[in-house]
Design a protein around this ligand. Structure first.
Ligand code: DAH
Length: 343
């Protein structure tokens, strides 16, 4: 039987170990219950002469204590070293520039709306918002939209409260707003003219195909003053279209009917892409506008003999479709990175 290793030899073995699994193995060699060096030593003591037992026992305890401490010290060292080496090999330099293609960015709709706010901001328009769940009163009644107007048809409107229940007044019946024109009403009720403002946001209608989505975006605009005219409106429309779509965009004004304006106009912009790509032919309507109807002003406690002005409502997705020649509205909402990354 080989002589069992001495304390200095054992300490040297512990110190020489270079990783944690190896240290576990050495620990087992020393302290193992059955074959550990210390266990074997204990057995030797039992066989020693009685007068030597006490002395040997003391030595054993010192040895055990020293080795326990040595193993623990080495374990700490190795643990620290392994953390340090992980830190080294898995280092992440957070100050490094990410490659540009991997950066996130705003979806093209909020991107475009920010641009709208900037362009109209330069023309002196402030920005305000209103709720998407709106009363029938603000969404329809106060906009001079009569009870039997087709826009109220349950086909187009998502009702929150039961539309057939007529027991409640219009101020307590709710819809998902069908246009941003509700914010005109809210703004006029809470501000004193003169003012000019735009109101961007989401609107909802029961409609879905290549050019219609049940949720889409509009921005409404309103300018009221002592002598704000149709000519002012036309120049604001032209400026917005040239700035937001293209300086060379071709457009045309047509008369249009909206209950909340008189006279009303619609503006079409010419589709710039292939004819086949447009499902609507060459001209696409992007905005309805007109001089605010006296009834609407009155509904908002503004005196139509003193104040006048215009309102308009642009379709955001349609403007972007024309600007970038996007043939299908549904592309906006599919979250397809190959589409979104282009903007
Ligand atoms: N609210 C209309 C719609 O959603 C758009 C519109 C037309 C808004 C004429 C206006 C306006 O402010 O004057 O179809």
């Amino acid at each position: 039987m080989p002589p069992s290793p001495s304390l200095p030899e054992l300490l040297a073995t512990v110190a020489a170990v270079t990783d944690l699994p190896a240290l576990d193995a050495v620990e087992q060699e020393i302290f193992g219950r059955k074959h550990g060096v210390l266990t074997l030593r204990m057995k030797e003591i039992q066989n020693a002469l009685p007068e030597q037992k006490k002395e040997l026992g003391k030595k054993m305890n010192v040895m055990k204590q020293t080795l326990t401490e040595a193993v623990e010290r080495r374990r700490k060292e190795l643990e620290l070293a392994s953390v340090a080496s992980i830190a080294e090999t898995d280092r992440l330099d957070v100050t490094l520039e990410l490659p540009k293609k991997d950066r996130g960015h705003l979806h093209l709709i909020p991107q475009f709306i920010a641009q709208v706010e900037e362009v109209f901001g330069r023309m002196g328009f402030e920005v305000a918002e209103g709720p998407e769940i709106e009363t029938e009163e603000n969404n329809f009644n106060l906009l001079n939209i009569p009870e039997d107007h087709p826009a109220r048809d349950a086909q187009d409107t998502f009702w929150i409260t039961d539309p057939s229940d007529k027991s409640k007044p219009a101020s307590e019946r709710f819809v998902l707003r069908t246009h941003t024109s509700n914010v005109q009403i809210r703004f006029m009720k809470s501000h004193t003219p003169p003012f000019r403002a735009i109101f961007p946001g989401k609107v909802y209608r029961k409609d879905a195909d290549a050019t219609h989505s049940p949720m889409f975006h509009q921005f409404e605009g309103l300018m009221i003053g002592k002598d704000v005219s149709l000519a002012n409106m036309k120049s604001v429309m032209m400026e917005a279209i040239r700035e937001l779509i293209a300086p060379t965009a071709e457009f045309r004004f047509r008369t249009g009917f909206f209950p909340f304006v008189e006279p009303g106009l619609e503006v079409d912009v010419r589709w710039q892409g292939d004819e086949e790509e447009s499902r609507e032919g060459r001209w696409i309507e992007i905005v309805g506008c007109g001089m605010v109807h006296p009834n609407v002003l009155r509904n908002c406690t503004i005196d139509p003999d003193e104040w006048q002005g215009f309102a308009f409502g642009f379709g955001v997705e349609r403007m972007i479709m024309i600007k970038h020649q996007i043939p299908d509205l549904r592309l906006f909402y599919q979250g397809e990175p190959r589409f979104l990354k282009q903007f």
